[in-house]
Design a protein around this ligand. Structure first.
Ligand code: CMP
Length: 136
C-alpha cells in the first residue's frame, strides 16, 4: 500500500548544495516526488511544524534556524514511504544514531543541523502535508 510523507531539506542542506543528493537518494530508492518546492518558511508554519517540541529547550533555536534560510519541501510517495525515507535520512543525531550510508550519517555532525526532516508517523505525515501544502 502506498503512503505519503513530508520531506524537508533544511537550510543547512540547501546552503551546502545537498538538495540534489537528497532527491537523488529518494528517487534511487524508488520513491516518487509528488510535490517539490524551494521556499522560505514563516515563523507561524515553523512553530506549528515543530509544535510537539514547544516545551524543549532547543525549540527557540530550532524555529530560528528553520526560518533563516531556504528550505525544500516535498511530498514523497511510495510503499511504506514514511519508514523508507526515515531509513534514508538516518537517526536524528548524525553522529550517535545515523548509520554511515544514510544522509545524516554521511553528511551531518550536529543534531540541530541534521539536513533533512521526514514525518515520523501517518498522523504526522497527514498533519505536515496539510501544513506545508495547504492547497492540496
Ligand atoms: P527533525 O527530524 O526535524 O525533528 C525535530 C528536530 O529537532 C530534529 O530533527 C533536530 O533538528 C532538532 N533537535 C532534536 N534534538 C535536538 C537537540 N538536542 N538540540 C537541538 N536540536 C535538536
Amino acid at each position: 500500500m502506498s503512503e505519503r510523507t513530508l520531506v524537508l531539506v533544511k537550510p543547512d542542506g540547501v546552503e551546502r548544495g545537498l538538495v540534489g543528493e537528497v532527491i537523488s537518494r529518494i528517487e534511487r530508492k524508488g520513491l516518487k516526488l509528488v510535490a517539490l518546492d524551494l521556499r522560505t518558511v514563516d515563523r507561524q508554519v515553523a512553530e506549528e511544524h515543530y509544535a510537539e517540541h514547544a516545551e524543549k529547550p532547543f525549540f527557540g533555536s530550532l524555529v530560528e534556524f528553520i526560518t533563516t534560510g531556504k528550505v525544500v519541501a516535498a511530498i514523497v510517495e511510495g510503499p511504506r514511504a514514511i519508514s523508507a525515507f526515515r531509513q534514508l535520512a538516518g537517526g536524528t543525531d548524525p553522529v550517535e544514531k545515523a548509520a554511515p550510508g544514510s544522509l545524516r550519517g554521511d553528511y551531518g555532525l550536529e543534531v540541530q543541523y541534521n539536513l533533512v526532516h521526514g514525518s515520523d508517523s501517518p498522523e504526522s505525515a497527514e498533519r505536515e502535508i496539510k501544513l506545508w501544502f495547504p492547497e492540496g
